[in-house]
Write a protein of this length. Structure first.
Lengths: 479, 197
């Protein structure tokens, strides 16, 4: 009997030990867990709650945020800053950390610790999570700015939760909502007469880059006959596609990506995405910062539409996202990548409404050749806009496609300046973005929502001018 | 510590001037009293550097290019307006970078008549200090204070309208609570806090 009990205990201990070992492997074998689906499943047991929209793709790469098991809040804060600090600085963050480390703000921090991202962006708390991954109650602003009506009488009686929900203010990025900006654009019409087109002259840029291999690939157009691929490949459809590509126009031959030339043992039949990054590191970095490529950035298997939370086309479910999923490898057709690639996967209301929208119709005309592409609007025009970006290794700023499609969506007002205002007036664009139904219709129709901030700014400006003129007049009369 | 700094840097001492002195003093903050450098002396040295840099920027860059040579404007929205940052902004950006780099001391530009209401005095020492330097611009104000359970040596230095750019901008700003500043007026104060051991 005793022996039987001992055997049971032994078996129980082995099972428990094995289970604990499995848990330990899931928790501590960080790199293996990222690659092994079974260990990833074990990791999923540790998730304390559903992860927010911004992070769910990387939720099993626990160390991306926690840095190490039981790392603590300091390391988590560093992880937040590691991914998001540069973007916040770039957007002129109105509530940066440095503003709150001054001891005079200590009493304010006792109520809201604004030095830590997690104070407002708590993870794994779906029951609290609002849009933008915000978990802080809507009265956040009132804690420090409750006396706003004293300096802005127009704000008297406004509800404590309307600061950001009205479309007037944002905690981090107020580049398109600050008062003088509203005044400057107060009279702008819905549609501007001139469309601002941006593009970088690649030849000029390459001439400035010390490591551009111009001796191997001079900046001169190449033709189909000049392809330096091995014999069968040199006459392939792929080579034909390449001859029509931007690569061929800029003198980038087959060997630049495939690693070798005709007859060379170094020829790589299917170069990996990292090859693209060899020259397009800026674009790659953008990709890895957004929802398309954040998994790649952490060494996880590529994102697939079937894993997404937004509605996607079922047929594209197992499509792996990387450079060549949107840019075909040889033709590198930017026109196709600007609409066709997006709508090949995305099937939400906004995406499905694109073709019948004014933007979509303008794109169709451009694809047919009846209007210049630079005057049309594709999916990428808004979600991957051409913006001035700094090449990190140099103090060199040039216009490039922003491949982090989330950059202009966190929140969508970030789209106002780099995107909407190239064609539309500020007031119209602000109203349009604030109208959720209009956004769903991909801007077919007129905004039914009106954000009142410009009117308030104009009225205040006029009132102060009148007041000062009156005071000057009275002073003149008294002399 | 300061002596070590001086020995180490004998040849470059004159060239590096006040900055080397402040660097040495900073390293000595933890044992300021024991090494013979008081919190007051440290505060004064730090303020000398920040005040000199700001005066140079105001006179040699902003006032010269905007008011005298009229080739470029200084603007609160300097990035959008393709203009120079205002001297007060330059000062604040510096203080924010200093705050990011270390925790031993902080400084800010406050006023009884702030354009940004967040820069109004908040602690009793700030209130008393700003009143004192407005009443007597020759004499900085020093006081120890406890905030959030931590002890600080707080110094308040008068911030004086040294150039026409200061006066015209503050008097004309929409958010200013005061429109009659004149050259030489104390417009506010630099509040410098050193964490005490």
């Amino acid at each position: 009997m005793a022996s039987s009990n001992q055997q049971l205990w032994l078996a129980w201990s082995l099972v428990s030990g094995g289970f604990l070992a499995l848990l330990g492997m899931g928790l501590f074998m960080t790199s293996q867990a990222a690659e092994s689906p079974r260990l990833a499943q074990v990791r999923a047991w540790f998730l304390p709650g559903e992860t927010s929209h911004g992070h769910f793709q990387i939720e099993l790469a626990c160390e991306a945020c926690h840095v190490k098991p039981f790392g603590g809040s300091e390391l988590r804060q560093q992880a937040c800053e590691g991914c998001h600090a540069a973007e916040l600085t770039e957007s002129g963050d109105k509530h940066p950390l440095s503003k709150f480390t001054d001891p005079r703000n200590a009493p304010l921090l006792e109520r809201i610790d604004a030095t830590r991202c997690e104070t407002c962006h708590e993870e794994h708390r779906p029951e609290l999570t609002l849009t933008m991954g915000v978990t802080q109650p809507a009265d956040l602003c009132a804690h420090c700015h409750s006396s706003i009506a004293e300096e802005r009488p127009s704000h008297a009686g406004m509800k404590f939760d309307t600061c950001s929900s009205s479309g007037c203010h944002r905690y981090h990025d107020n580049q398109a909502t600050y008062e003088d900006f509203l005044l400057r654009h107060a009279e702008a019409p819905a549609l501007l007469a001139r469309v601002e087109s941006r593009a970088t002259n690649f030849a000029e840029l390459a001439a400035m880059l010390p490591d551009y291999p111009s001796s191997r690939f001079p900046l001169q157009p190449l033709t189909f006959d000049q392809a330096d691929a091995p014999a069968p490949a040199a006459s392939s459809v792929q080579a034909r596609d390449w001859s029509h590509s931007g690569h061929a126009r800029q003198g980038v031959n087959c060997s630049a990506c495939h690693g070798g030339t005709e007859g060379s043992a170094q020829w790589i039949a299917r170069p990996a995405d990292e090859t693209c990054a060899g020259c397009h590191s800026l674009q790659r970095r953008g990709l890895e910062q957004g929802l398309h490529g954040m998994r790649l950035g952490l060494g996880l298997p590529a994102m697939r539409p079937e894993l997404a939370r937004l509605p996607m086309r079922k047929a594209a479910g197992n499509h792996e996202l990387g450079c060549t999923s949107c840019h075909t490898a040889h033709l590198v057709d930017r026109v196709a990548a600007s609409r066709d690639a997006c709508l090949g996967c995305h099937a939400d209301e906004h995406s499905l409404a694109f073709d019948s929208s004014p933007h979509g119709k303008s794109w169709a005309r451009a694809v047919q050749g009846s209007t210049p592409v630079s005057e049309a609007v594709s999916c990428a025009t808004c979600h991957m806009p051409v913006v001035a970006q700094r090449l990190s290794e140099f103090d060199l700023v040039a216009d490039h496609v922003q491949h982090n499609q989330s950059a202009t969506l966190r929140p969508s007002e970030k789209m106002l300046r780099p995107v909407c205002m190239r064609c539309h007036g500020l007031g119209y664009a602000t109203d349009a973005l604030a109208d959720a139904e209009l956004v769903k219709r991909n801007f077919s129709g007129q905004p039914a929502v009106h954000v009142d901030s410009t009117r308030m700014a104009v009225e205040r400006d006029e009132a102060i001018r009148r007041q000062r003129q009156q005071a000057a007049l009275e002073q003149e009369q008294s002399q | 510590m300061i002596n070590n700094q001086r020995e180490y840097d004998m040849t470059g001492r004159a060239r590096k001037g006040a900055i080397a002195l402040v660097a040495g003093m900073l390293m000595a903050t933890g044992a300021a009293a024991a090494e013979g450098v008081s919190y007051k002396e440290l505060a004064d040295a730090l303020h000398t550097v920040m005040d000199s840099d700001r005066t140079i920027y105001t006179r040699m860059v902003v006032n010269r290019l905007q008011n005298e040579e009229k080739v470029i404007k200084a603007s609160e929205h300097w990035k959008d307006d393709k203009a120079l940052p205002l001297p007060a902004q330059m000062f604040r950006f510096g203080s924010e970078m200093v705050a990011e780099k270390q925790k031993m001391f902080t400084y800010s530009l406050l006023s009884e008549w702030p354009v940004n209401k967040q820069n109004a005095p908040r602690t009793p020492v700030e209130t008393a200090g700003l009143k004192a330097v407005v009443a007597n611009s020759k004499q900085p104000f020093y006081k120890e204070e406890t905030i959030g359970g931590k002890k600080y040596f707080t110094a308040v230095y008068p911030d004086i309208a040294i150039s026409p750019a200061c006066v015209s901008c503050h008097n004309g700003h929409k958010d200013t609570p005061r429109t009659d500043f004149k050259l030489g007026d104390v417009m506010g104060g630099v509040v410098l806090r050193i964490a005490m051991k």
